[in-house]
Ligand binder design. Structure first.
Ligand SMILES: C[S@@+](CC[C@H](N)C(=O)[O-])C[C@H]1O[C@@H](n2cnc3c(N)ncnc32)[C@H](O)[C@@H]1O
Length: 281
């Protein structure tokens, strides 16, 4: 993994649109979820109400093979990205922290060690199949004392205002239908001074890397999905959803729009992924 280059976010905000119209990057904004509005599911346009169900089907289908596919697809690099993400999070012993879209629990496991026996971690996800695999993995690793589980949609969290010292979401935000709503919820459940961190695929910085990455994503990845998980479509969705996700500056602007302060991001591995950070007040 190359050294992360930290950037002060210079927000590239999506243009303001009238309610009901799709945003320029295909991202559906919070106020647009009236009937008839569409959003993207990979490269397909679908009704807003449909995306959450389609994403649910993807992760229900891949849950059992999710971890082995992650290791294969990234040659294990996702573990380094996640370790770095938590290493720079500033999470302290004794804190109460929340991992959204936490799936099979890689981030929660790292946070569990960081907060220690006097802290607590909530591992949450909208998908019961992913959460069940996550829970089993935590128990198998003996991580039981300081972890709670919550079946929760990131767009409408079942937590009190100002409940957490830190909130994370890793490779989850691009799957959320109403991302501005999820960002606002992250801010709401943070304590004043608390930090939100987002680890997500982003925009590659160099053209030659982009070409190799495109070939890999659209030609090799779906085939790997077919052979290992018997699910070519879900891994094609993965590649497409990454291309549709807001780039670094746009996401930073969305965080500022949601009310976060001191928003910054840093790229890793040439922008294949980026870590965004913002504070509550
Ligand atoms: C690619 S996985 C990431 C899992 C884990 N964070 C990791 O890094 O390995 C994306 C996860 O997002 C979850 N997800 C999708 N939409 C969500 C939503 N609206 N609220 C909460 N979780 C959601 C999926 O169920 C899935 O477990």
């Amino acid at each position: 993994m190359e050294p992360a280059n930290k950037k002060k976010a210079t927000a590239k905000r999506p243009a303001k649109k009238s309610p009901g119209a799709p945003a320029p990057d295909g991202q559906t904004r919070g106020e647009q979820s009236s009937s008839g509005a569409t959003t993207h599911f990979g490269y397909k346009d679908v009704a807003v109400g449909e995306k959450t169900r389609l994403v649910h089907n993807v992760f229900e289908s891949v849950a059992g093979k999710y971890d082995v596919m992650n290791d294969l697809m990234s040659l294990g690099i996702h573990r380094l990205w996640k370790r770095h993400f938590i290493a720079i999070s500033g999470i302290q012993p004794g804190q109460r922290v929340l991992d959204l879209a936490g799936g099979t629990g890689d981030i929660a496991a790292l946070m569990s060690k960081q907060v220690g026996a006097h802290g607590s971690v909530v591992l949450s996800d909208i998908n019961d199949a992913m959460l069940a695999v996550g829970r089993q993995r935590m128990e198998d690793r003996g991580l039981v004392g300081n972890i709670e589980y919550a079946l929760a949609n990131a767009e409408k969290l079942p937590f009190a205002d100002a409940e957490f010292d830190a909130v994370t979401i890793a490779f989850g935000l691009r799957n959320v239908t109403d991302q501005p709503a999820a960002l606002k919820e992250m801010l709401r459940v943070l304590k004043p001074g608390g930090r939100a961190m987002i680890l997500e695929f982003s925009k590659v910085e160099f053209d030659p890397l982009q070409k190799i990455y495109d070939t890999y994503s659209f030609s090799i990845l779906p085939k790997l999905g077919k052979v290992i998980a018997n699910d070519e479509d879900s891994y094609r969705y993965l590649a497409e959803s990454i291309r549709k996700h807001p780039d670094q500056d746009t996401l930073a602007g969305m965080m500022e729009d949601a009310g976060f302060k001191n928003v910054t991001y840093r790229n890793m591995t040439g922008g294949i992924v980026a870590i965004h950070s913002g504070y509550h007040g």
